[in-house]
Design a protein around this ligand. Structure first.
Ligand SMILES: [Zn+2]
Length: 370
C-alpha cells in the first residue's frame, strides 16, 4: 500500500476500497519466468554482484523544481546519477515500509504506516523478498543497485528509482480484490512514464497476474517519496521514478505468486527496468524534467478547494489569498493542488481561482533530522 494520502483523502480512499469489484481470470502459466534478463549494454564489465548497500547520504537537496510555466527554467539542475558514461547504471530499489521507525521528523506520521499484512506477515517482509530478487537479477546484468528503506535520502538521485509494495484489503474484499499496478509521480517526467510503461509490459508477462482494474490511485501518484514539494527526504524530481504495487497479499491467487513464485515477481520488475535502461538516454535532460508542477496562490480571498473537479462536490477548505499552493496536475479548467494547513490537503481549484507564480517549488518546512 502506498502511504501518501493527505488526511483529507483518507475517507475517499477508504470509500474506494469499499467499492471494489472482482476481476480477471486466473493467471496463465508463464513460460518465460525463468529466463534471466539479458545484460544491459551500458555497463562496462563488472557483472559481479555487490552486497546490498545501505543508502549512503546523498548531496544536499537539489532542491527545487522548475515552475511549470510556458517557459520552464533551462537551468534546472539535472540529477545525473552516473556522470561517468562508462559507469554502470545505478538503480534505487525502495522496500516499502522497511524501517518505518527511522522516518525523520518531517515524516513522523509515516512511522505508524506499516502497510498491508496477511498471515503474520507485514508488508515489508514480502516487499524485501521481492526487492532482493530484483536486485539479484539487476546485479547479474551489471547494474548497480541500492536497496533503500522507507526513508529516502534527501534529494535522492539515481538513474531510476522503483518503490516496491504489495496491497492488502480486509473483509469480503479480500476474496475479490487483486492485481498489480504501477504509477508515476504527479508531474512525471517522460522518463518516469517510459519506465512505468516498460514495467507495465514486463510485469504481467513474467507473473501472469492481472492488472488491478481500478488502476493507480492518487495515493500512488502522491507517494511521499516522490513528493519533493512536500518532503526533503524524497527522490529528486529529475530521477525517473515509479511505484509498483505487485498484487494483493490478501488474495489467494495473487498470494500464490507473490509468496511462492517470488522469482517471477522479481523478474517482472527487473525486465522492465532493463528494457528501460536499454532505451534510456541519460544525457537527454528533457526526458528527466518534471512536467505540470507549479507554485501558485489563490487569485482572490476565500477561494474554495473542492474535493473533485466539480463545483457541486464538497468544499474541503476555504483558502486565503496568501495560501501557497503546489499545482500537481491540470484538467479541463481545473487545477489539482496540494496546500499545507494543519496537514497536507489535496484538492481541486477552478483554473480562474489560481494565480501561478514564477517561484521554485520546495518543501514548506526546514529539513529535519539531517
Ligand atoms: Zn505499501
Amino acid at each position: 500500500m502506498a502511504p501518501n494520502a493527505p488526511r483529507s483523502l483518507l475517507p475517499l480512499v477508504a470509500l474506494l476500497f469499499t467499492l471494489l469489484a472482482g476481476c480477471g481470470a486466473p493467471p496463465p502459466a508463464d513460460p518465460i519466468a525463468a529466463a534471466p534478463p539479458s545484460p544491459v549494454s551500458r555497463p562496462a564489465a563488472t557483472a559481479t554482484a555487490s552486497p546490498p548497500q545501505r543508502p549512503s547520504p546523498t548531496p544536499a537537496p537539489s532542491a527545487t523544481l522548475a515552475p511549470a510555466t510556458a517557459t520552464p527554467a533551462p537551468t534546472l539542475a539535472l540529477a545525473t546519477a552516473t556522470p561517468d558514461p562508462d559507469a554502470p547504471p545505478r538503480v534505487g530499489l525502495q522496500v516499502g515500509h522497511w524501517k518505518i521507525e527511522e522516518h525523520p521528523e518531517e515524516q513522523i506520521r509515516l512511522r505508524k504506516f506499516s502497510g498491508a499484512y496477511y498471515g503474520g506477515y507485514d508488508e515489508w517482509e514480502l516487499n524485501i523478498l521481492i526487492a532482493e530478487e530484483v536486485q539479484r537479477l539487476l546485479e547479474a546484468a551489471g547494474v548497480t543497485v541500492e536497496l533503500l528503506p522507507a526513508t529516502v535520502p534527501v534529494g535522492y538521485q539515481a538513474d531510476l528509482f522503483v518503490s516496491i509494495h504489495v496491497d492488502g484489503v480486509t473483509g469480503d474484499q479480500a476474496a475479490t480484490r487483486r492485481g498489480w499496478k504501477v504509477a508515476t509521480p504527479f508531474g512525471a517526467s517522460r522518463a518516469s512514464e517510459a519506465l512505468a510503461a516498460a514495467i507495465a509490459t514486463s510485469y504481467p508477462a513474467a507473473t501472469g497476474l492481472p492488472a488491478d482494474p481500478q488502476g493507480p490511485s492518487y495515493d500512488m501518484r502522491a507517494y511521499y517519496a516522490f513528493a519533493a514539494y512536500r518532503y526533503w527526504h524524497s527522490v529528486a524530481p529529475t530521477t525517473p521514478a515509479v511505484i509498483v504495487e505487485c498484487g494483493f497479499m490478501t488474495h489467494p491467487a495473487d498470494r500464490e505468486v507473490l509468496f511462492e513464485q517470488t522469482e517471477r515477481v522479481g523478474t517482472g520488475i527487473a525486465e522492465g527496468i532493463l528494457a528501460y535502461l536499454q532505451e534510456y538516454h541519460p544525457a537527454d535532460p528533457d526526458m528527466r524534467e518534471p512536467r505540470g508542477l507549479a507554485m501558485g496562490r489563490p487569485a482572490a480571498a476565500d477561494v474554495p478547494l473542492y474535493a473533485r473537479a466539480d463545483v457541486s462536490s464538497a468544499v474541503q477548505l476555504t483558502l486565503d489569498r496568501d495560501q501557497p499552493l503546489v499545482q500537481v496536475a491540470r484538467a479541463d479548467g481545473w487545477r489539482l493542488v496540494f496546500t499545507h494547513g494543519d496537514g497536507w490537503e489535496l484538492g481541486w481549484l477552478r483554473e480562474s481561482d489560481v494565480e501561478i507564480l514564477d517561484e521554485a517549488i520546495a518543501p514548506p518546512h526546514p529539513c529535519c533530522g539531517e
